[in-house]
Ligand binder design. Structure first.
Ligand code: FPP
Length: 252
């Protein structure tokens, strides 16, 4: 990228001066396995390194003034991975919660876990409730961690909620709108992502936020997730600023 030689502080200044920092950034964190494979390390080490990237993007988002950050940490499909890898990922989640929850709370980060909690182990569920409880008062950055998340599942859940309300006579069919539908999704309360980033070069959306990304700018970077840091986030924000968002309109 053109910003390669620019210092981190300078880059941050450049983004701030550019105006239009994305309010909501969503990230498909991919490439942990490949990162480990390239170093002949077990996959778990890639995930452990990936946790450090999570810290860096949270710090970078706070610096930038991003208001919402949604990270795809574990998909519903990931349950089909080997049990040892699933166990390692869940232990990493608990470790992250224990190590970071107080600091996140101090920085005003409010964590919300989005996904199907019913499939989480009691220990993982305790970790989720603990970080949500500790950070509940945060008002600077809303950090959504997608865990056991699947977008089609989320959409079906919202359809069931609205259908249930209609059947119970609490709402009319005509009240089903984009707004009421969005308010029945896990992400209720967060605006749609302005920018969706996927690392490791894969050109897929992988059942992530299908409803919410209708008009998001999409940026795919070849950088593997464990190598992703503040610089990559700032460069992504600059790329976002260079794009012209039209929301389907003709602008000239
Ligand atoms: C994709 O890489 C990454 C994941 C399935 C897990 C993401 C988890 C973390 C970054 C660490 C824990 C996160 C938190 C929030 C504590 P992959 O294994 O599919 O990589 P590959 O495509 O190269 O095999």
């Amino acid at each position: 990228m053109t910003e390669a030689g620019v210092g981190l502080e300078k880059l941050l200044e450049q983004v701030r001066a550019g105006g239009g920092v994305p309010r909501h950034i969503a990230i498909i964190m991919d490439g942990n396995g490949r990162w480990a494979g390239e170093r002949a390390l077990p996959r778990f080490m890639g995930h452990r390194q990936g946790m450090k990237s999570v810290r860096r993007v949270v710090t970078g988002s706070l610096e930038l003034g991003v208001e919402h950050l949604t990270l795809y940490a574990f998909s519903k499909e990931n349950w089909s991975r080997p049990p040892e890898e699933i166990g390692a990922l869940m232990r990493l989640l608990s470790e992250y919660v224990e190590r970071d929850k107080e600091e996140l709370a101090e920085k005003g980060v409010r964590v919300r876990v989005i996904g199907d909690r019913s499939s989480l182990s009691p220990a993982a569920l305790r970790a989720v409730e603990s970080i949500e409880g500790t950070t509940a008062a945060g008002g600077t950055l809303a950090l959504n961690l997608a865990i056991s998340y699947g977008s089609r599942d989320e959409i079906l859940g919202a359809a069931r909620i609205l259908a249930g309300r209609c059947l119970a006579g609490e709402m009319a069919l005509d009240d089903i709108s984009e707004t009421s539908f969005a308010s029945a999704l896990y992400t209720a309360g967060s605006p749609d992502p302005d920018l969706l980033i996927r690392t490791s070069g894969e050109m897929r959306v992988s059942n992530f936020l299908l409803w919410q990304i209708a008009y998001s700018e999409i940026l795919v970077t070849p950088v593997l997730w464990p190598d992703f840091g503040e610089r990559d986030l700032y460069e992504a924000a600059l790329e976002y600023q260079r794009r012209e968002r039209r929301f389907g309109r003709v602008t000239r």
